[in-house]
Design a protein around this ligand. Sequence first.
Ligand SMILES: C[S@@+](CC[C@H](N)C(=O)[O-])C[C@H]1O[C@@H](n2cnc3c(N)ncnc32)[C@H](O)[C@@H]1O
Length: 343
Amino acid sequence: MKKSIVIDLFSGCGGLSLGFEMAGFDVKLAIDNWEDALVTYRFNHKNTATLNADLLNLDPAKVEQDFNLHEVDIIIGGPPCQGFSVAGKRIIDDDRNKLYRSFVRFVDHFKPKAFVMENVPNILSIGNGAVRDAIIHDFSALGYKVAYKVLIASDYGVPQNRRRAIFVGLLKSEFIFPKPTTEIRVTTKEAISDLPEETKNDGEGYPIRPQSEYQRLMRVNSSTLNNHQATVHTAETKRIIAMVPDGCNYKCLPKEMWSLRKVHIAWTRMDSKKPCFTIDTGHNHHFHYSFNRVPTVRESARIQSFPDDFLFIGSKGSQLKQVGNAVPPFMAKEIAKQLLKQL
Ligand SMILES: C[S@@+](CC[C@H](N)C(=O)[O-])C[C@H]1O[C@@H](n2cnc3c(N)ncnc32)[C@H](O)[C@@H]1O
């Protein structure tokens, strides 16, 4: 059977794309303006063309012509939103909304059977729901029935409580969001307990066997460990984080130490017995549940449900940002599977 054709806007390294590929879609084109992410994208999605371009001013008609994309079934993507502004029912055409507008422009041009737009959950509450209503209004005007929901990644086998607002538009029916695939949450320990404390050079073998079903799943297509370079902290940082137990934060330190770092997420350790908090783009406040260091790129990727054969390229900072930006592939896969049923 012919696979449905997808284009991914604001693709990053391709977490959303990977979920759609896992569900059996053919992602033909990924567009982003960050070359680092696209280098990783190309390495891991060998059948997808990539375009490094600023989506602010990109003409969809030219994209159609250049990539011979005469039929696009689905447009997916997460336009970054720097503070939406709304007038009445419409998202206005000012600079802050231009990337969202580009997404709408692409949907308008290609008229796909469906679109999937991902964003941060608070997009639903800005202006008492005015932005949400305006998004529904914009796509309804193009003929789509728009459904939206905040999904929690841990409901779909991802060892992370990441929440994301998902808008799905269909031409013929209303999208029914996938039900949670599991009641048992994968814990942080189940996700990463087979990965060692110290750095492993890319391509070295795993030091121990998988310790959980999830780890077995992550290793299915991989016999070596990659992207596992441990950060070496100062002796002072190690001394302080060593005082914080599994699952706790600065509040487990003596009170006089609370103001050492002036952020509310300071000195937070993952909780080995629960799904992880939202993996970020690589600051130094979130630590491993037992090692006295921040998570490696591979540990972060595991928590995002990227399998171990998905390799990240670039500096460590860039890799962490690519991982932290992504939609967890397992969550994307469930959205994609449900779309397949409904299309
Ligand atoms: C949240 S990330 C997308 C993550 C991706 N959906 C995934 O699952 O891996 C947003 C992406 O938008 C890209 N971006 C931001 N401004 C852009 C622009 N003007 N044109 C093209 N891409 C842009 C960023 O480089 C970043 O990779």
